[in-house]
Design a protein around this ligand. Structure first.
Ligand code: SF4
Ligand code: SF4
Ligand code: FES
Length: 249
């Protein structure tokens, strides 16, 4: 059988031309071209936000954005990574925040400089409606802002485009934290689990694990009961003695 020849495509990394095999992600294409990742790469799975990349295509006025680990290199793309963008992060004592929109306004008054240009939403590789989220915060709807900003992976690309020079991703993260920590209804099972820990429900099991050898722990881990992939919401392990009450009902 004849070996298939790898098709090479030209790409431009920081203005320099390289030939790379077709089908590679931008990240792998950069490595193929000789770049070594020390910064600008973390999870390689589209989660950590370390590999923000901007690029243009010939004959096209638009600025495109991508995560280098998730996006295939295209012929003739001109790219550079922008793994970090300076963004004002205001330290705050979370415990002292009241859980009201004014908490955010005091720390980030620049959010009121937003001119609703939508450049932030357009560049977001995670399709977060950044401009809308900033608007929800301005009108005091922290819950809506927190949910709409859920997919933000903190890559910082939105901030690179902001006319208002606002650090949207820090502002949105604060909204998410305020919602999760101070506004969202408390999860009953979390409270029950914390109480069970305090009452020592797991002490004997933890002590037993601490006394086992590495080989015994490995065996225990390999032989553990695993939830089947097709399990429904009502699945429970056969050995239910470690479940908290909430899950036994
Ligand atoms: S909202 Fe901003 S920081 Fe978050 S993923 Fe989108 S561009 Fe990146
Ligand atoms: S880029 Fe800045 S000014 Fe433009 S919509 Fe987004 S937050 Fe507002
Ligand atoms: S390396 Fe983590 S998102 Fe790309």
């Amino acid at each position: 059988m004849e070996a298939t020849e790898t098709k090479m495509i030209p790409i431009y990394i920081m203005g320099k031309r390289y030939e790379v095999p077709e089908g590679l992600t931008i990240m792998k294409a950069m490595e193929y071209a000789g770049y070594q990742y020390i910064r600008g790469c973390g999870c390689r799975g589209g989660i950590c936000g370390a590999c923000g990349t901007i690029y243009r295509k010939p004959g096209d006025y638009k600025i495109y954005s991508a995560l280098a680990c998730q996006t295939a290199a295209e012929p003739d793309m001109y790219l550079t990574q922008l793994p970090f963008f300076p963004a004002n992060h205001v330290p705050s004592n979370y415990a002292e925040l009241e859980g009201v929109p004014e908490d955010i306004y005091k720390l980030y008054p620049e959010l009121f400089r937003c001119v609703a240009c939508n450049a932030c939403s357009k560049i977001c590789p995670m399709d977060v409606p950044v401009m809308d989220v900033i608007a929800y915060i301005k009108r005091g709807d922290i819950e809506k802002a927190a949910f709409e900003a859920f997919d933000c992976i903190q890559c910082g690309l939105c901030t690179s485009r902001c006319f208002a020079e606002a650090p949207q991703f820090h502002i949105m993260q604060l909204a998410r934290r305020i919602y999760g920590g101070k506004l969202a209804p408390k999860a009953k099972h979390n409270a029950e689990a914390a109480q069970a820990v305090r009452e020592g429900k797991f002490d004997a099991m933890l002590n037993q694990l601490m006394s086992m050898s590495t080989e015994e722990i490995k065996k225990e881990y390999i032989e553990r009961e695993i939830e089947p992939e097709t399990a429904g919401d009502d699945w429970k392990p056969k050995d239910a003695k470690w479940l908290i009450e909430e899950f036994l009902r």
